[in-house]
Design a binder for this molecule. Structure first.
Ligand code: AMP
Length: 216
């Protein structure tokens, strides 16, 4: 096998982004977040960004056909040749089927589910502060050293438009309806490893590394 694709599954706010940044560094693989790719498109004012905007601000999933082309453009780049870490993709069985077909046998797949209950999620998301490079802080649980500035990269911190309680509730409903079935989907394929996402970030990280086994 010449590469590894790590898929992080979990509801919004489960800690996928936080763990993805750390795991990507640990494995020296690129972190590919479809949410970040959409937000980049939005800030550059591209046609794709315009099309995705309405879905994102309503807490809905962007249609598969828009997501899939964008994702495969990204993972077709040379830095992904040895593998990559997927954060926020796949989110539907259609996306998972397409990924399965497109991935050659050269890639081993490891799926890490970060499991967290809904009430913890709402508390986490509504206090979340993000930066343009995909790092996250929390107003109470991991405040930045200087207000409004990311500790990791010095970029400006902001609250995502879809991180309000009203939109989070809709995103959780989308997760339950469309994405949660992927847990059983990957369990059947024998590639699923579930970690308890209610623990502190360092403990979740150790558990994620445990899922990687000999790959890490
Ligand atoms: P995230 O940053 O992963 O929470 O994604 C933010 C928003 O982008 C989601 O609520 C969706 O509207 C959209 N999005 C990101 N990834 C996907 C995906 N794989 N499929 C559909 N919509 C997505």
């Amino acid at each position: 096998m010449s590469g590894t694709v790590v898929i992080l599954l979990g509801a919004p706010g489960a800690g996928k982004g936080t763990q993805a940044v750390r795991l990507a560094e640990e494995l020296a693989l690129p972190h590919v977040s479809t949410g970040d790719l959409f937000r980049e498109n939005l800030s550059r004012g591209t046609e794709l960004g315009q099309k995705a905007k309405g879905y994102m601000s309503r807490g809905k999933l962007v249609p598969d056909e828009l997501v899939i082309d964008m994702l495969f453009d990204r993972v077709g780049q040379s830095d992904c040749a040895r593998g990559y870490l997927l954060d926020g993709f796949p989110r539907t069985t259609g996306q998972a089927d397409t990924l399965g077909v497109r991935l050659s046998d050269e890639f081993g797949v490891i799926v890490i589910e970060i499991a967290v209950d809904d009430s913890t999620i709402v508390e986490r998301i509504t206090g979340r502060l993000s930066c343009k490079d995909g790092h996250v802080h929390h107003r109470t649980f991991s405040p930045p050293r200087a207000e409004g500035v990311c500790d990791m990269c010095g970029s400006e911190l902001y609250q995502r438009e879809d991180d309000t309680e009203v939109v989070v509730t809709k995103r959780l409903a989308e997760y339950d309806a469309q994405t949660a079935p992927l847990v059983a989907y990957y369990e059947e394929q024998g590639v699923l490893c579930t970690v308890d996402g209610r623990q502190a970030p360092d403990e979740v990280f150790e558990a994620c590394k445990g899922c990687l086994g000999a790959e890490a």
